[in-house]
Ligand binder design. Structure first.
Ligand code: ADP
Length: 541
């Protein structure tokens, strides 16, 4: 770069710079955690910075080399936040393990990532025990929480941090050094690892904080209601540090009552999580009263699956405002945002909600396109194609998985596996994941559209639609529906309700009523299980 014509500094974009700034200018800003036993723990950015840098020193003393992976098996709380910054500050790569996966899968992932060290919550030692024999961590540190003491042969996290002198210089970090990694849940084949760099995470935070994105500032109280092990913890920890926001971490307590209590008690103004969490929270709000609102209005970064329009509307009524976003583990994760544009401010309410339910527009430095068998799909709002993406915080490959190279096009775009339309304004609407589309007699039916409409029915709590083999039509949609407590609805009623918006051939041919729908470890509808369960469904002819 030395021969390029400019006069500017080559200042590395590092997470450590964000941490230092938070510690220097926002030392007193609180970092509040609800611990596994429900008790509260209060820290601040000054302490988080000091302890993260101590951890970095201790990791170096333990022999950590640049790029070495350090795994965590933890809920969302202050110590996990210390790892989020301490590991990258030492030149290591933080690897939060998804504690909800099957122990064999956790072991597979930790081995594939070649994790050297592990930091674990004492309350999660029973999970560790189920796979410890299969993974050779060199050292394991245990974070002790209030509650009955646990018996184990590992080292104590607090005692370990005390070994730091504060006198050891930390290594210089380059912006393209690895900082953290996450594995996708691996709905097909083995899970795949994405290894983020300091640079990609700093740029992602800048975009997340933008006014035309989540508008996160020092005046906010941010609550991370998505797990820190899912999709890079949605990037919110880095963004909160960057702007100096008060930060709230809920531990494992994500049920509606705990969440609403924490939001009210700490004065939360911005949060995030998948729609399932907000569906449950909404039921909690309605229980508190038809017009219940938190002390301050709350913005919700919501994605992972599409939030139904009915959910967005009802949350608005309770002072919770969805900022709908699409993203993936591979995109750090936030790639788009669906906020009203200047010209739509004057639109009727229904039209505005229709826009906010779409996946929206790419953030600056992210580009999208859709492709189908005919090539690039036109931006007409109708032609479907696979969504492809590239940008400043989009993965260029998976970690140690050369066999997955075909997920990238020859010209370097990432094939998302999502099917979408793009309208003339450039607004993206996700039709489905390609494998979830129902193919009926040569026509495609969007399971997502049917689910969203079903969930706007007053009696329906949640609905999943899957394609099931049909002797004549190849596949037909089957709706699996969970009704609200005490509510009733028949298949005919629901079919008639859908018929007000969908063509007859698009309507589900079968309805199954269940108590609860299955979810993935990150709160998404588990379509694979529904497909398996109803594979032998006998259609009435
Ligand atoms: P996994 O593949 O394990 O579910 P991710 O959490 O990275 O891993 O999921 C990314 C996928 O989630 C996207 O490809 C898309 O199918 C879905 N998704 C994310 N955001 C949205 C959204 N706003 N609307 C609909 N689907 C979404």
């Amino acid at each position: 770069m030395s021969d390029s014509l400019h006069t500017m500094m080559d200042y590395p974009l590092t997470l450590t710079a964000l941490l230092e700034r938070a510690g220097q200018y926002f030392a007193d800003k609180e970092v509040v955690s609800r611990l596994p036993d429900g008790s509260m723990h209060r820290s601040n950015w000054g302490q988080i910075k000091d302890r993260a840098l101590r951890m970095a020193e201790c990791l170096l003393a333990a022999g950590l080399k640049k790029g070495d992976r350090v795994a965590t098996l933890m809920w969302n709380h202050y110590a996990h936040l210390e790892c989020y910054f301490g590991v990258p500050a030492a030149g290591g790569v933080l690897h939060p393990l998804n504690l909800r996966l099957h122990p064999d899968e956790i072991a597979w992932i930790a081995n594939h990532a070649q994790d050297r060290f592990l930091i674990v919550d004492d309350v999660l030692l029973p999970v560790l025990q189920k796979f410890a024999a299969k993974v050779k961590f060199e050292r394991i540190w245990v974070v002790k929480h209030p509650g009955p003491p646990s018996r184990h042969e590992y080292e104590d996290y607090e005692a370990w941090l005390k070994e730091a002198t504060g006198q050891v210089p930390l290594p210089a970090i380059q912006e393209n050094d690895g900082a953290s990694m996450c594995y996708t849940s691996g709905t097909t084949g083995h899970p795949k690892g994405v290894l983020y760099s300091h640079r990609t995470q700093v740029l992602h935070s800048m975009a997340q904080a933008m006014a035309d994105s989540c508008a996160v500032s020092q005046h906010d109280v941010a609550l991370l209601a998505a797990p820190m092990f899912h999709a890079n913890g949605w990037g919110l920890s880095y963004t909160a540090a960057m702007v100096g926001a008060k930060y709230v971490l809920p531990g494992p307590n994500l049920d509606a009552e705990s969440l609403l209590d924490l939001i009210a008690r700490e004065g939360v103004t911005v949060t995030c999580a998948v729609p399932t969490v907000w569906l449950a929270a909404l039921a909690g709000m309605e229980k508190r009263g038809p017009d219940w609102r938190p002390p301050r209005d709350v913005r919700i970064l919501c994605g992972g699956t599409a939030p139904p329009e009915s959910l967005i509307r009802k949350l608005d009524h309770h002072g919770f405002h969805v900022i709908h976003s699409w993203g993936m583990t591979e995109t750090s994760p936030q790639a788009t945002v669906s906020l009203l544009r200047t010209k739509s401010l004057a639109w009727p309410e229904d039209q505005q909600y229709a826009v906010r339910s779409k996946q929206g527009w790419p953030l600056p430095l992210v580009e999208v396109r859709t492709c189908n068998e005919k090539g690039l799909a036109p931006w007409d709002g109708e032609t479907m194609g696979e969504l492809e993406v590239r940008g400043a915080w989009v993965a260029a490959s998976y970690f140690n998985a050369p066999e997955t190279r075909d997920r990238w096009t020859a010209d370097g775009w990432f094939r998302t596996g999502d099917v979408a339309t793009i309208d003339p304004d450039g607004c993206i609407k996700l039709v489905d994941r390609s494998k979830d589309l129902v193919k009926s007699g040569g026509e495609w039916i969007s399971s997502v559209d049917l689910e969203n409409m079903l969930m706007s029915h007053p009696a329906v709590r949640e609905a999943g639609v899957v394609g099931v083999h049909h002797p004549k039509w190849q596949e037909r949609p089957l709706a699996v529906v969970a009704l609200k407590d005490g509510a009733t609805a028949t298949a005919d009623e629901l079919c008639a309700f859908l018929g007000t918006k969908f063509a007859k051939w698009q309507l589900p041919d079968g309805f199954v009523f269940v108590h609860d729908l299955p979810h993935t470890s990150t709160g998404k509808l588990l379509k694979t299980e529904l497909r398996k369960k109803y594979a032998e469904w006998k259609w009435q002819t």
